[in-house]
Design a protein around this ligand. Structure first.
Ligand code: SAM
Length: 280
C-alpha cells in the first residue's frame, strides 16, 4: 500500500505554465484533491487533463473535512491540498487541516511553487534580507490604521496583499500613517498579461494610480520600505557603549560589535564605527 500523505501543492497565480511537472504528476496520482473551490481547481485540472477526484475544503467546512481526510489517510490514501492560487495557507485556507493531519501523525509534504508575495519581493528591488508578510489588512478603516500604526517603526520590508476594491483606501491609510515620502512598490497582476511593478513614494504611487484607472484593477502585492531609524534611535547609549568597550578590550572590534548588535539591536556597522571613533 502507498504511504498515506497529504501533499500541500502550490498552484499558479496567473500563468498556468508555472504549475511544475512534479505538481502535475502528484495531482494526477493522488486519490483525492482537497480544493478551496472545486470549480476553480476543476478548470486548472482540465487544462492539464488531470482527472483526480475533487472535494471542497474552505474556511467554513475545514473542521468537518479534516476528519474525512484523516479517515482517508488512515486507509492509506494519498491526498493533495490546493487553494485557488499560489500556496495554500498563505492568506488561504488549510492551516486547520494541516495541523490536524500532523497531530494525527500523518506525513504532510509541501510541493512548492508560486506564492504572490515571494514573487513580488524577488523582483521589487526592496531589501529582502528582513521582511514581514502581513497579508490582507482589516476591512475597516480604523482597524487598518491601528495595524499600520503598529508597524510604522519597523525597519524590515513590509508586505501586504490587497484587492481592487481597497487598493486606493489602503494607499490613503499608508500615506497618513507612513507619511507621503515612504517608498512603496506596487506589484500588480504578477505573471499575467498586465504585470506591472511600480515603485515610488506613497504620494507618487497614489497620483499614478488615480491618473490611470487600469492600474487600480487586478490583484496587488504592496511592499513598503522599512522605517529608517532616526539619528536619536541610532545613537549608541551609554550602557551599550560600556558593554562594547568591555568586549572590545578582549575581542577584535568586529566581533565585539557583532555581539553587542545581537544583544541590543543596534546596527553592527554603527557599533563598529563607534569603536573606530573611540580608537582614533
Ligand atoms: N495563497 C496565495 C499566495 O500564495 O500568494 C494568496 C491568496 S490571497 C487569497 C489572494 C491575494 O494574493 C490577492 O488579493 C493579491 O493580493 C495576491 N495575489 C495573488 N495573485 C497575485 C498576482 N498574480 N499578482 C499580484 N498579487 C497577487
Amino acid at each position: 500500500m502507498a504511504e498515506a500523505v497529504l501533499y500541500v501543492i502550490a498552484t499558479p497565480i496567473g500563468n498556468l505554465g508555472d504549475l511544475s511537472p512534479r505538481a502535475q504528476q502528484i495531482l494526477s496520482d493522488v486519490d483525492l484533491i482537497a480544493a478551496e473551490d472545486t470549480r476553480h481547481t476543476g478548470r486548472l485540472l482540465s487544462h492539464f487533463s488531470i482527472k483526480s477526484t475533487l472535494i471542497s475544503v474552505h474556511d467554513h467546512n475545514e473542521s468537518a473535512r479534516a476528519q474525512l481526510i484523516i479517515d482517508a489517510l488512515t486507509q492509506g490514501k494519498r491526498i493533495a491540498l490546493v487553494s485557488d492560487a499560489g500556496t495554500p495557507l498563505i492568506s488561504d485556507p488549510g492551516y486547520g487541516l494541516v495541523k490536524r493531519v500532523r497531530d494525527a501523525g500523518f506525513r504532510v509534504s509541501p510541493v512548492p511553487g508560486c506564492c504572490a508575495f515571494v514573487a513580488a519581493l524577488s523582483a521589487a528591488g526592496l531589501p529582502s534580507d528582513r521582511f514581514m508578510f502581513i497579508g490582507f489588512l482589516p476591512a475597516k478603516k480604523q482597524a487598518r490604521i491601528k495595524q499600520l500604526t503598529a508597524l510604522v517603526d519597523d525597519s524590515c520590508t513590509l508586505i501586504f496583499y490587497e484587492s481592487t476594491h481597497r487598493i486606493l483606501a489602503c494607499l490613503d491609510d499608508m500615506e497618513s500613517v507612513f507619511g507621503v515620502d515612504r517608498e512603496i512598490v506596487i506589484a500588480r497582476e504578477i505573471t499575467k498579461t498586465f504585470e506591472t511593478f511600480k515603485s515610488g513614494s506613497v504620494a507618487d504611487i497614489k497620483e499614478w494610480m488615480l491618473a490611470d484607472h487600469h492600474q487600480q484593477k487586478g490583484e496587488f502585492v504592496v511592499l513598503v520600505r522599512g522605517a529608517v531609524c532616526s539619528e536619536k534611535e541610532q545613537s549608541v547609549d551609554s550602557q551599550s557603549a560600556k558593554l562594547l568597550m568591555l568586549l572590545a578590550s578582549e575581542l577584535p572590534p568586529k566581533k565585539a560589535a557583532s555581539i553587542v548588535a545581537e544583544v541590543t539591536g543596534i546596527h553592527k556597522k554603527q557599533l563598529y564605527e563607534y569603536l573606530l571613533q573611540v580608537d582614533s
